[in-house]
Structure formats: C-alpha cells, structure tokens
Design a protein around this ligand. Structure first.
Ligand SMILES: O=C(O)[C@@H](CO)OP(=O)(O)O
Ligand SMILES: [Mg+2]
Length: 398
C-alpha cells in the first residue's frame, strides 16, 4: 500500500456544458488516478448535495485534501471515504459537495488499481471478477426533465436481455436507437436529442410505446436474440399535490399503480424505474407485488443509493432492485454498501450514469466488479459510449 501524496482538483466540462469536478490522485509509488463527477437533472430530494463546482473544489481543498495527502493509503478505500465523510462533517456532503467527494473517492480507487497494475474492476471486485457482464439499458426515446416538449415518461430503455455478449448488447441498443429514428421519420416526426442522447420527439407516451415496439422488433429480427424494453418514469418529477400530472391527464397514486402494471403486462416490460413518487414506499410495494415476478421494479429517487432508505424499502417490500449512482451518496464505499445490502436481501443492484456525464468510465468497472445484472448508461453520444466501449474492452480483456 502506498500513501496518497497529492490530490488535485479542477473544473472540467460535463456533457451539458456545465462545470463539474475532476480529481487527480497520485501516490507515493507513482500510482495515478483521475475521475470526474457526473450531475443529475431529475435529482432525488434525498440525494447528497452537489455544490457549484468552484465552491465544492475550494471547500474540498481546504477541508479534505490536507487530511488525505501524506496520511491515507490509496488502496484503503474505506479509509479514503471515511476521511472524506469526516472532513465534510455533514450527512449529505453539503460542506465539500458530493461532487468533490465522489471525484476524489473514484480517483483514489483508480490510483490504487494503477499501483497494483490491475484493472479497476478487479481492484474493486477481487481477482475472480470479470466474467459476468451487465445488460446495458439503452436510452432510446426520452423526455421529462431531460428534454422540453417531449414524452412525459423520462426514458424508454432498450434491454437486450438475450444478447450473447456485452458487445452484441451494446450494438443492439445503438441499432434500436437508429431504428427508432427511422420509425419516427416514417411517421413524419422530427426529433432532436435529449440530454442523454435519446430521441426527444414531440409525441405522447402512447406513441412512444408504438415507436419502441416497432424499433425493438425490427432489430430483434435482425440480430436474432431477445430485446425487451423498460422505462424510467421518474414519477417524482410529475407528482404534484397528491397526483401524477401527465400532459393529457392526472392519475391518483392508485391509478398510477394500475397504469404502470398495465404497461408492464401490455409491453412485457423488463424494467420499470421510479414508477411512483420518491416517498411512496407503499405504492412501490403494491406494484412490486403485482408485477415483480417478471419485471425489475427499480428505486432511483426512492433509494438514492442510501442504505437507510433501502432498509425501509426492504422492510416494506418496496421495489426489487436499486439504482446505484455513486454521486447520489458521495463515495464508492457507500455505493458498495448499498449494493451489498441489496444483494443480501434479494434485490438487484443496477449501476447507472447521470444525465450530465463526462468521459469517466468508473461505473463500467463498478458494474463488472459487482456483477450487476444491468447498467444504465445511454446508447449513443461520447460520454455514454465511453462507458459502453469500456465494457467491450473489459469483456475482451483489452
Ligand atoms: O433519472 C435518472 O435515472 C437519471 C439518469 O438517467 O437522470 P438524472 O441524472 O437527471 O437524475
Ligand atoms: Mg431515474
């Protein structure tokens, strides 16, 4: 093990053109790691706090960096993350910013892997990891907070569950994305792209389901393996005064459960994320009871990668999977704890990007390190393909 000798922080651009935090960690023996924080738009109310990049950097330089340099071993991830929490002193990283914390946490892990001469997934997951790969959930059509004047449902996600390899799955998702463009063009719908590269046409959700079905079945025929699809409803964003407000209608919480359950049945959805508000454990439990056998009901804003919120969910039978976003909680150790708690209780842990991203590929390694069944990291666009292409390389041992 070697000590961290230097932590450097800087502002870089994220994919929305906003400043975000990048960290470089160097160790005594010359190990080097660089990582950057992503940023959400449809953020959960209970997430750790992202500060403006400049403020996060200034505060982390003052409070955290002096406690790390020359004092903590890069390979001792628990200690790195413990020091970040101690330096911050709050429950939600509101002092140094979850953006500074997660960038440093991930950069330290990369420095440790570099020092060991091991790929990051192996440093994080152990010597025997690297032969189980996640199915990528590819964002094909979207709206919500990620695009103006588009669908109410935030994300329509291709799920190539029958793909024989991660590379086949990645190419299948890109093909569905391309096919959706063709189907939209056939219908005379022009479409720009939303924050994550998904098509953001000005159509309603019902039409988006038709387009997805058509695009998926075209590609399924071509590739010869099963492709299902799923949703991130991001329902907290449409929950107002006790009901779910869609462009054309409103639904009560009970009606929302019925509506989503019917969608799962009608379209054989493989995955439904945040189908209900972030405080509605009960509704999540009711839906999971109805459709949880054949569909992952995933809590993103509900759990915010937080073990306490996940514990409540487990007690109530709310959802059967958790979305894991390291920046929602601030450190890799916290993200691992959430994954382990999920797994111990029969919940699947799905690793995820944010709508604002960088070229950082840590989540690809995190998914392989933890043998996650799914990873949600877009379908196209440089900041998305950075992770997808990294999965292809990991699979090839490149
Ligand atoms: O809701 C989500 O799952 C994410 C990523 O797709 O979006 P955001 O980063 O804006 O929270
Ligand atoms: Mg979500």
């Amino acid at each position: 093990m070697t000590l961290i000798t230097e932590v450097r922080l800087r502002r870089i651009l994220d994919s929305r053109g906003n400043p975000t935090v990048e960290a470089d960690v160097t160790t005594e023996s010359g190990g080097f790691g660089r990582a950057a924080a992503p940023s959400g738009a449809s953020t959960g109310e209970y997430e750790a706090i992202e500060l403006p990049a400049e403020e996060a950097i200034a505060n982390a330089r003052e409070l955290a960096v002096p406690r790390l340099e020359g004092q903590v071993y890069a390979g001792d991830q628990r200690s790195v993350d413990f020091v970040l929490r101690e330096a911050d002193g709050t429950d939600d990283f509101s002092e140094i910013g979850a953006n500074s914390a997660v960038a440093i946490s991930m950069a330290a892990a990369k420095a440790a892997a570099d020092m060991l001469g091991a790929p990051l997934y192996q440093h994080l997951g152990g010597a025997f990891r690297g032969d189980e790969f996640p199915t990528p959930l590819g964002n094909v059509i979207g709206g919500g907070e990620h695009a103006a004047d588009a669908t109410d449902i935030q994300e329509f996600l291709a799920a190539p569950v029958g793909a024989p390899s991660v590379a086949d799955a990645v190419f299948a998702n890109a093909a569905v994305h391309g096919a959706a463009r063709d189907v939209l063009a056939d219908r005379g719908e022009a479409a720009a792209k939303g924050d994550e590269g998904a098509w953001a046409p000005s159509i309603d959700d019902a039409e988006a389901f038709d387009v997805m079905e058509e695009a998926v079945s075209r590609v399924e025929e071509e590739v010869g393996f099963e492709i299902r699809f799923g949703l991130d409803v991001a329902a907290a964003e449409m929950f107002e005064d006790g009901s779910y407000v869609y462009s054309d209608t409103e639904r009560s919480p009970d009606e929302q459960v019925e509506y989503v359950a019917d969608l799962v049945d009608e379209y054989d959805l493989a995955y439904v994320e945040d189908p209900l508000d972030e405080d509605d454990y009960e509704g999540f439990a009711a839906l999971t009871e109805r459709v949880g056998e054949n569909c992952l009901v995933c809590g993103d804003d509900l759990f915010v990668t937080n073990v306490e919120r996940l514990e409540t969910g487990i007690e109530e039978g709310a959802a059967n999977s958790i979305l894991v976003k390291p920046n929602q909680i601030g450190t890799l150790s916290d993200a691992f704890d959430a994954i382990e708690l999920a797994r111990d209780n029969g919940y699947d842990a799905v690793v995820s990007h944010r709508s604002g991203e960088t070229e950082d590929t840590t989540i690809a390694h995190l998914a392989v390190a933890t043998a996650a069944p799914f990873i949600k990291t877009g379908a196209v666009g440089g900041e998305r393909t950075a992770k997808l292409n990294e999965l292809i390389r990991i699979e090839e041992n490149a």
